[in-house]
Design a protein around this ligand. Structure first.
Ligand SMILES: Nc1ncnc2c1ncn2[C@@H]1O[C@H](COP(=O)(O)OP(=O)(O)OP(=O)(O)O)[C@@H](O)[C@H]1O
Ligand SMILES: [Mg+2]
Length: 281
């Protein structure tokens, strides 16, 4: 703060000028940050099986996910949403094309490097929570850092746990927690490692609407308050309406995109997709 005039000095037009310049600089910085792609898929193709039984799950996908943005991926069952997310997160290998997390090209990594990248830079929340039943909530949250032989950042962990409303549930095992609480533990586990990007494959798919709302609020807050980049797959237009952007997949291709979505605008596009002959070809 040294060198900044006190607020009371503002009426002098000369002293106001640097403040305007500063504000403009901040806007430029914010825009530059917005343009950074945290994850990027280029010409991504994924085939399962071969010959007559081959299924082309991804058919030339090009998509970018910008820093600090919340994206929802939607599309009919079998359209390739999970496949895309698994390829982006390094959980599955694409048949061809490129996946980058930041500057790192995933296809160039060997298994050990991929494991390290997933551990250090990617958070994943599954529909089925995937918590270890014999460990407490806290032990589940710190498990990835324990496995990596690292000390979890205690101040950050406390902040995440507080924000997720888990402070008084930390000594409980998953079986003693509600579905929503279990998924919040899974979100905490993913967030505590400060991943470059957090992926969720139908993270609210097994939850009632109240718990679903809680988990979505957490993901939204992670973006707004922690600057986290989040990508979720969902079938629920209300869940997708929490995102900044919705990307629609059909038959392994990106067929549409919506910014600042509402549940109604999403439903409109989904209806259009179901009726579109392109989506079925
Ligand atoms: N391991 C696999 N072996 C063979 N085919 C697969 C495999 N996994 C997915 N597929 C096929 O790839 C296509 C895309 O599947 P994917 O799981 O990505 O769809 P999705 O959009 O996530 O669907 P849902 O909404 O039902 O979860 C489907 O036709 C599916 O049957
Ligand atoms: Mg799926």
């Amino acid at each position: 703060m040294t060198g900044l005039p006190p607020a009371a000095a503002a009426p002098d037009p000369d002293s106001a000028r640097p403040a305007v310049a500063q504000a403009t600089d901040l806007v430029v910085v914010a825009q530059a940050t917005d343009l950074v792609a945290v994850a990027q898929a280029t010409d991504l193709i994924k085939d399962y099986g071969s010959g007559d039984t081959r299924v082309r799950a991804l058919d030339g996908v090009n998509v970018e996910f910008a820093a600090g943005e919340f994206t929802a991926i939607m599309g009919p069952s079998g359209s390739g949403k999970s496949t895309l997310m698994h390829c982006l997160a390094g959980l599955d290998a694409a048949s061809s094309g490129s996946v980058r997390i930041g500057d790192t090209e995933l296809t160039a990594l060997n298994d050990d490097q991929l494991t390290a990248l997933r551990r250090d830079r990617i958070g994943f929340v599954f529909q089925s929570f995937n918590l270890v039943p014999t460990l407490t909530a806290l032990e589940n949250i710190t498990l990835p850092s324990d496995i990596a032989g690292r000390q979890a950042d205690r101040a950050w962990l406390d902040q995440v746990v507080q924000r997720l409303g888990l402070a008084d549930r930390l000594n409980h095992r998953p079986g003693e927690l509600s579905g929503g609480q279990q998924q919040r533990v899974a979100c905490a586990r993913a967030l505590v490692g400060r991943p470059a990007i957090l992926f969720g494959d139908e993270p609210t798919g097994n939850l009632d609407s109240r718990s679903s709302g809680e988990v979505l609020a957490i993901l939204r807050a992670a973006v707004d308050e922690f600057g986290q980049t989040v990508v979720i797959v969902t079938h629920d237009p209300r869940a997708a309406a929490c995102a900044d952007r919705v990307v629609f997949l059909a038959d392994g291709r990106i067929v549409d995109e919506l910014r600042n979505p509402t549940a109604d605008s999403i439903l409109d596009r989904m209806r259009g997709l179901e009726e579109s002959p392109v989506a079925r070809s």
